[in-house]
Design a protein around this ligand. Structure first.
Ligand SMILES: Nc1ncnc2c1ncn2[C@@H]1O[C@H](COP(=O)(O)OP(=O)(O)OP(=O)(O)O)[C@@H](O)[C@H]1O
Length: 819
């Protein structure tokens, strides 16, 4: 017993230390220290080896007296240098041992620059092979100087010579040299011929070019040709001039009274005649020189090179890497996420009791059961029932409500039939539910190895499998659920999934959070992952005016992106980015790598209530058109009523997530089917992408976990600023329409005072203080502008307040009355 206890105590300590040592070895500091050590050690070895070649005879005697202080070695690096060199050069590989120093140096550099470990191993393999070859070859060539080959080279050489003779060994060594070059440096015969050909072509081109040059210099006829061209031009000019002259003549009658005009015209005619003279000469020369060869080879070559420009660029610089600016960006690690005990405990008694109740209930409705199978999930158990022969599924479907009532447990859902199977499913909640941690879904193979564009690990299915969906395919997601049922956790799970999978260069978020508390943590990753309007301070949008501007700006971004796609002749963002990476699109033409943009709106109902059509129209437009250009919308709402999720919005959001809702009607609004009212809450959800409905237990990610992740990302090097959306200028707010004093809003005076006291001309301020809707607040601002109290529209900035204090305001309004 005593023994057992001690072993139990020790085990966790040692297993704790191991990971921490490994963790340290994986840090940049450890890598830099190890790498630098190897580089310096290689320098040490090189100096020792060189010095050894000059002093090895004198140092022989010191090798056995390593610990004797009085004995000194002549090697520059002392007795250690002498001993190491003796070991590697004399007893080892002779001159070839320098390759060991070189390999140590390379390994150090590889570690410093974080190259793969496998690369170091491969480099050592090749290095050791080369060293062996050099050692044996030197042993073969210089038998007398055994130091050149070392004992290893010498002995192997002796051994091989005894077996295959000198000639045989020559052949073997030559063969190995060729094999090495072919495999290591890919020096094939074809490549060699190709290289020779290329060289020949280059030489020919050079020769041609120099010949052309000399021709230009030497050939007089070339000069004449130039003259010819010049003169031709002059003839053209003269011709034009004579036309001019004609027109002057035409004008003659009207200006004949002016005597000086006549003399000018004479001058002109004379000039023309003079210049016409050489024309004949020139024609002669043209004929004479017509034989001069016209070199069109250069033109053809240019065509060739432009065709392959992208290939050439890729060859020279590699494919474009959008992540290069933040090349050292580290994705969040798994240990930032909390782990829970996730083993599903099955209580056989509970299972048996539920089964009995199901069988009994169905029997009451005269439905016999042939077979029953239970699948235990994290929060619910699915009882799959095969009805007896002859029982129609539709009968069970019609009795759905009655059966549910009889089973009377909260959260029972009947699926009759289970799609694709002839069976009926009855989902019964487990007494003890298991939390599905974000850690388990993020670290699952299914998520990690998913080839999706925007993978989202939503949670786990009834059969405890990780459920991963692609946001890019959805392409927009509608999320609804009554308060406290797991919506915010769901949104965080979606965002966390993308943070674990996508580099900041690949995806940008626009976060709309009218509740102002749910998404604030993401502020820390503003310069990595968020997008915002220019001149806006906070990237996370909390007021309605800015939402309207952002949505409209996103529509402009959408149109711009469509233009880019059109110019690149591709159909979607994926193809566009592939083409851009292959350097087939010129950044000078406005092309750039396009990140996905994910717009997340928490509490959509609030927005629709305050801004109505102003929000609905751009959202509908984006939802209809934005799929191809990588803009995806995630809209969450507490109230899935039809005036929030309008027909037009619903039609464009095929993917829906329903957490528990309070009524069947709400469930139908969001899913077009019942069921969401029977969920058990706490992240229990139904997901549909248009056809089947899946019951999923949403992965749980707590606020401290999100904080850790955003801290981890936020502490790393970021872009200079958030991703900027195009500027949007509100058409209406720029109006300078003179509004009649009589037509002013009843709250005009009050609004003016609020604005002047706060010295901030924003509609949202009025909305808050006067509890107004967005439209009325906007109209008030227009009236204040017309009255000269606030300045004009300045993009996303608040308007300037033109009146300094209440006294000035009183005066202004008094003057108005008197006018
Ligand atoms: N996937 C989950 N697993 C376990 N518990 C969960 C899960 N999701 C939510 N919960 C529990 O439910 C609580 C409420 O969740 P959440 O804050 O996401 O609700 P909500 O729908 O966003 O509410 P509101 O709309 O009022 O903000 C959480 O604090 C948590 O305890």
């Amino acid at each position: 017993m005593a023994k057992k206890r001690t072993s139990k105590k020790i085990a966790p300590i040692s297993s704790d230390i191991k990971p921490s040592i490994f963790a340290f070895l994986k840090t940049r500091q450890a890598q830099t220290i190890l790498g630098s050590f190897l580089v310096f050690f290689s320098i040490f070895l090189t100096i020792a080896f060189i010095s050894f070649f000059f002093n090895w005879q004198e140092d022989q005697s010191t090798l056995t007296k390593l610990t004797d202080k009085t004995v000194r070695s002549k090697n520059l690096l002392g007795k250690i240098g002498a001993s190491l060199s003796h070991f590697f050069i004399y007893k080892g590989f002779g001159i070839g041992a320098f390759l060991i120093a070189f390999q140590v140096f390379l390994s150090g550099i590889y570690i410093i620059f974080q190259k793969k470990f496998s690369k170091i191993i491969i480099s050592w393999n090749w290095g050791l092979l080369a060293m062996l070859w050099i050692s044996i070859t030197l042993g073969f060539l210089h038998k007398k100087y055994a130091l050149l080959s070392g004992i290893v080279g010498f002995e192997i050489n002796e051994y091989l010579q005894a077996f295959i003779g000198k000639t045989g060994l020559t052949i073997v060594l030559a063969f190995f040299l060729i094999a090495y070059l072919v495999v290591r440096y890919k020096l094939t015969f074809d490549a060699f011929i190709e290289k020779m050909k290329q060289k020949r072509i280059e030489n020919q081109e050079k020769r041609l070019a120099s010949e052309n040059e000399t021709k230009t210099l030497d050939d007089d006829s070339e000069k004449t040709e130039n003259q010819n061209i010049e003169l031709k031009n002059t003839i053209k000019e003269t011709k034009e001039k004579s036309e001019f002259e004609l027109s002057v003549e035409n004008l003659k009658p009207t200006i004949s009274k002016h005597s000086d005009v006549g003399s000018k015209k004479e001058e002109l005619t004379l000039k023309v005649e003079k210049e016409l003279e050489p024309e004949l000469k020139v024609e002669e020369t043209v004929e004479d020189i017509n034989d001069v060869g016209i070199d069109i080879a250069i033109g053809r070559e240019e065509e060739h090179s432009t065709e392959n420009l992208s290939d050439k660029l890729v060859k020279d610089f590699g494919e474009f890497d959008p992540t290069l600016e933040l090349a050292n960006f580290k994705f969040p690690t798994f240990n930032l996420l909390k782990q829970y005990n996730e083993t599903i405990s099955i209580d056989p008694e509970e299972l048996e009791a539920n089964k009995d109740r199901i069988v009994e209930t169905l029997k009451n409705y005269k439905i016999g059961i042939a077979e029953i199978k239970a699948t235990v999930g994290p929060t619910i158990t699915l009882y799959e029932i095969v009805p007896e022969a002859g029982i129609r599924i539709s009968k069970i479907k019609n009795l759905e409500d009655d059966i549910a009532l009889s089973l009377s447990a909260l959260g029972i859902r009947i699926i009759a039939p289970i799609p694709g199977k002839g069976t009926i499913g009855i989902e019964v909640p487990n007494k003890k539910s298991t939390i599905v941690s974000m850690h388990s879904v993020i670290s699952s193979k299914k998520f990690q190895e998913s080839p999706m564009e925007l993978p989202i690990a939503l949670g786990k299915t009834i059969s405890n499998e990780t459920f991963v969906v692609d946001l890019a395919k959805m392409p927009h997601l509608l999320m609804a659920g009554a308060t406290g049922q797991g919506k915010s956790v769901g949104l965080n799970a979606v965002l966390t999934s993308l943070l674990y999978k996508k580099h900041p260069a690949e995806v940008k978020f626009i976060l709309v959070d009218p509740k102002k508390v749910e998404l604030t943590l993401f502020n820390k990753i503003e310069r990595h992952y968020l997008a915002k309007l220019p001149d806006v301070e906070e990237a996370i949008i909390t007021d309605t005016t800015k939402v309207v501007h952002t949505l409209n700006s996103l529509c402009i971004e959408m149109d711009n992106r469509y233009d880019l796609l059109k110019a690149a002749m591709v159909r979607n963002i994926k193809e566009y980015n592939v083409k851009f990476k292959q350097r087939k699109l010129n950044p000078n033409d406005g092309h750039q790598f396009l990140p996905y943009i994910v717009l997340v709106i928490d509490e959509f109902a609030d927005l629709i209530m305050t801004a109505g059509k102003e929000v609905e129209t751009p959202i509908a437009r984006l939802a209809q058109l934005a799929r191809a250009i990588g803009i995806h919308l995630i809209v969450a709402t507490q109230r899935p009523s039809v005036n929030v999720i309008t027909g037009i919005i619903k039609a464009n959001f095929p993917a829906r997530i329903a957490f528990r809702v309070t009524s069947k009607i709400d469930s139908r609004t969001i899913l077009d089917a019942g069921g969401a009212d029977q969920l058990i809450g706490r992240g229990d959800l139904l997901y549909t992408a248009g056809n089947d409905i899946n019951r999923i237990q949403c992965a749980f990610v707590d606020t401290p976990e999100v904080e850790k992740i955003t801290d981890f990302i936020g502490s790393q090097k970021a872009y200079a600023e958030a991703y900027l959306l195009p500027e949007y200028v509100d058409d209406e707010s720029g109006t300078t329409v003179d509004i009649d004093i009589a037509d002013r809003d009843k709250l005009f005076r009050e609004a003016a005072e609020i604005i002047v006291i706060a010295q901030q001309g924003s509609a949202s301020l009025l909305q808050r203080k006067l509890k107004l809707g967005y439209n009325r607040a906007g109209r008030l601002i227009d009236q204040l502008e017309a009255a000269g109290i606030v300045g004009g529209f300045e993009g996303s900035k608040a308007r300037q307040v033109l009146v300094t204090d209440i006294v000035a305001l009183d005066q202004l309004l008094e003057n108005e009355k008197n006018q």
